[in-house]
Design a protein. Structure first.
Length: 170
């Protein structure tokens, strides 16, 4: 027991040395905390959005209709007529593979998927209400109706050129 008391007394003297050293070091130290920066007040701005369109409303996507556009007069496709088979395909996916002459009237041979269709002047092709206006030995000319951003229908000319067949390599 005496030995244990002696060990504890030895530890106490080490702690006193540490406490004395810390007190000596703390005498020269001074804390320096910088003052907080001054807070600048921001100007108050009123936000009034009662008369504005909500940013999440579909009205922002649909353009405003001008007087006389979209529904009034001008060009419009006939939406009530019966659709023809080649109107199910985009014009870019159709291929002109040949022409058949019947008297003075020409019929174009158009390939869609793996089927061949005969097309005359006045038939419809493509998904933009394209009507065939002329057929020559090398191309089919179309007049398409396309809706612009304002809801007006505009006329556009396009054509489908004859695709030359490549010989199969064996």
């Amino acid at each position: 027991m005496v030995l244990a008391v002696g060990l504890l007394a030895g530890c106490a003297s080490e702690e006193e040395d540490i406490h004395a050293w810390m007190a000596q070091q703390a005498q020269g130290m001074r804390g320096a905390v910088k003052p907080l920066p001054e807070i600048k007040p921001f100007p108050i701005v009123e936000y009034e959005a009662q008369g504005l369109i909500s940013p999440f409303s579909s009205e922002r996507i649909v353009p405003e209709q001008r007087a006389g556009s979209g529904g009034g007069g001008g060009l419009k496709p006939d939406l009530n007529r019966r659709r023809e088979p080649l109107e199910a395909y985009p014009l870019e996916s159709l291929t002109m593979v040949g022409v058949i002459m019947q008297g003075k009237q020409a019929e174009a041979l158009i390939k869609a998927d793996n089927a061949i269709h005969q097309v005359r002047v006045g038939n419809y092709m493509g998904q933009n209400f394209g009507v065939v206006t002329a057929i020559s030995e090398t191309e089919v000319k179309l007049r398409e109706l396309v809706e612009d951003a304002n809801g007006d229908w505009i006329e556009r000319s396009s054509s489908l050129l004859l695709q030359e067949q490549q010989g199969s390599k064996q």
